[in-house]
Design a protein. Structure first.
Lengths: 322, 304
């Protein structure tokens, strides 16, 4: 009897010792993990800083007065680009925060010099129809690709994928030729039409639609729904999220466009702000930051509102989900 | 394998063959606007481009086979542009893939403020390049901040935008813009790796290193392929950045294929343009084909 308790207490001591050593190990492991997490967080924070810096600087610098900008950055944007070697004595002062916050640049841009707003409006006029109609065309096309799949449709879809992967250097020459024949060169149509029929949205939406279980549509068909009703009442509501994601992706892409207007629109009056910004001359450099900031506002708003949609959209693109 | 049988059964069961055929015809109707548009704006003109590339000029229509290609490939500007573009893609694409994978892994580990970090990393993608180009010019100016920071470490001043260092600036700009997008793709891929496999690996006391190389990379092979292709395509778009920084004729090492195309557009030399475009297309198809084959080879044993 006594022996047994001793044995038991011995056992308890051993267990306790073992427990303690485990806890100690755990503690070491825990601290090690804590150090690791701190390190990773620091690296991530450093990256985040690098990523954000250009954006934040552009915004803060837009609040400088014209004289402050020309004093600090005048040589960077001097009309004759000497590579800065002439100004060896001088230094470009990168300002994180302006000495005096002034809205004078914004006032000039918004109220005194209409050409910037005009170019901004050009951008809107070029981009919005492309987003809207590319989605519309794509909705129909991806429905067509999803229903009654056959070999011919698969081949066409493959052609779409190849076209989507082609860089501008390849697609712009055909676009130019067609615009030339249709006599729409130098008009907005030359940008709109290739944009609207771009295979990009078709590809993404088809990929998404094909993941809707076929049984859903078949059930509707058995209940007597026609193709239009299936499309309108079943397909579209299910694809709402995907449509939002794709709309955001198209919007970013075209808001940023440079190549197409350069080649297809020879009239600088019609150029969007993205092209025009690079042509701002030294005298107006103060305005440039304000204009750049204004140009950033729509995509940033879209981003803040639809970041999750954007992430979803990118994920569909990779074809990972589902 | 299983699918056609199932479909056949179903159409047989519903019995209304006429209705299926009608549905088929209607579905073609939905497809039509897009197909017509793509034919008109992409496919047909592309065939014309192929035609232009093998005739001597649009009026004469004399068949010259490969003369245009030979002429273009002997063009000094084209050679320079092709070399620069290749150099750029060869450095920027691998960097973009590796660094974005690193960022994704960082956000996958247990760090705080994950969603904020995601937002930060993604934000450059949203910002129009035209807007931030000004600040890049300030940063990389001869007397700019970059040189000042390097100066603290005793590095001599570098004329970033007007020397062969320009390529580095462009690579940095490219990475800044594209890492977030790639990162999202990798994050999605990482989270879609089956958890039970990872758990088993931990139970079998696999080291994190082994888990990464033998499981995670294996499962992500299709994503790696996709990210590589997208980065490659985006690397051809880097003209945009360079144009906004330096205009039509930048420093030699920044002169890309798109510059060549744009400046040829100015001269309306259809033959040259067409031949260059076709060559690009062929190279693209070859590269993508190789990537697909590689992925097939490495990723065939995982269904992901």
């Amino acid at each position: 009897m006594r022996e047994k308790t001793e044995y038991n207490s011995n056992n308890a001591v051993a267990l306790e010792r073992w427990n303690r050593s485990v806890r100690k190990k755990k503690k070491i492991k825990h601290t090690r993990q804590l150090v690791r997490i701190t390190l990773v967080t620091m690296v991530a924070a450093w990256f985040a800083l690098l990523f954000l810096m250009p954006i934040v600087l552009t915004i803060t610098n837009s609040f400088m007065s014209a004289s402050e900008i020309s004093a600090n950055y005048g040589q960077v944007f001097a009309t004759t680009d000497t590579g800065g070697k002439v100004y060896i004595a001088e230094k470009v002062n990168l300002k994180f925060i302006p000495d005096m916050v002034s809205f004078s640049q914004y006032i000039t841009v918004l109220f005194k010099s209409p050409e910037y707003l005009l170019k901004f409006w050009n951008s809107v006029i070029l981009v919005v129809p492309i987003v809207a109609f590319q989605l519309l065309v794509a909705a129909g096309a991806s429905f067509g690709f999803t229903r009654y799949r056959g070999r011919i449709k698969e081949i066409i879809f493959f052609v779409y994928i190849i076209l989507m992967l082609m860089p501008y250097q390849v697609t712009l020459v055909p676009n130019y030729l067609v615009s030339d024949w249709l006599n729409i060169l130098d008009t907005n149509w030359a940008i709109w039409l290739p944009g609207i029929f771009s295979p990009f949205a078709v590809y993404l939406l088809t990929k998404y639609m094909r993941r809707i279980p076929a049984s859903v549509m078949e059930a509707a068909q058995i209940d007597g729904a026609g193709e239009w009703q299936i499309f309108r009442k079943i397909c579209m509501p299910l694809c709402k999220g995907a449509m939002c994601s794709i709309a955001i992706l198209i919007f970013i892409d075209y808001w940023n466009m440079v190549e197409q207007p350069l080649i297809l629109l020879s009239d600088p009056e019609k150029h969007p702000l993205s092209v025009f910004l690079s042509k701002i001359n030294a005298g107006e450099i103060g305005l440039a930051f304000a204009v750049a900031t204004i140009y950033m506002v729509p995509p940033i708003l879209v981003f803040l509102y639809g970041e999750d949609y954007l992430v979803e959209g990118i994920t569909y693109q990779g074809g990972i989900k589902g | 394998m299983f699918f056609p049988v199932k479909e056949k059964l179903k159409s047989g069961k519903s019995g209304s063959n006429r209705r299926t055929r009608r549905g088929k015809r209607i579905s073609v109707l939905y497809l039509l606007p897009s197909v017509i548009g793509v034919l008109l704006f992409f496919v047909l003109p592309f065939l014309i481009v192929v035609y232009y590339s093998v005739v001597d000029n649009p009026i004469n229509h004399e068949f010259v086979f490969l003369d245009n290609f030979i002429m273009v490939s002997h063009n000094a500007a084209f050679q320079q542009a092709a070399k620069n573009t290749m150099m750029f893609s060869a450095t920027a694409v691998p960097l973009a893939v590796v660094l974005s994978l690193l960022l994704a892994m960082m956000l996958e580990s247990k760090i705080p403020f994950k969603s904020q970090f995601r937002t930060f990393f993604l934000s450059p993608m949203m910002v129009p390049i035209a807007s931030v180009v000004l600040i890049w010019q300030v940063l990389f100016h001869y007397n700019g901040m970059m040189n000042e920071v390097l100066g603290w470490f005793g590095v001599d001043k570098i004329d970033w935008l007007n020397s062969s260092y320009a390529q580095i600036v462009i690579v940095i700009l490219f990475l800044w813009k594209n890492l977030g997008y790639n990162m999202i793709l990798f994050m999605a891929a990482l989270s879609s790796i089956p958890k039970d496999i990872l758990e088993v690996a931990v139970l079998e006391s696999a080291s994190p290193y082994q888990i990464f190389w033998h499981i995670k990379l294996r499962y992500m092979s299709s994503t790696i392929l996709f990210v590589t292709i997208m980065s490659l395509i985006n690397s051809f778009k880097v003209f945009r950045e360079i144009y906004l920084l330096k205009g039509d004729y930048p420093y030699d090492t920044m002169y890309m294929l798109q510059h060549f195309m744009n400046n040829t557009f100015g001269k309306l030399d259809y033959q040259k343009m067409s031949a260059a475009a076709i060559m690009m297309a062929i190279v693209m198809v070859i590269i993508i084909g190789i990537l697909f084959l590689t992925e097939n080879y490495f990723g065939k044993d995982v269904e992901g």
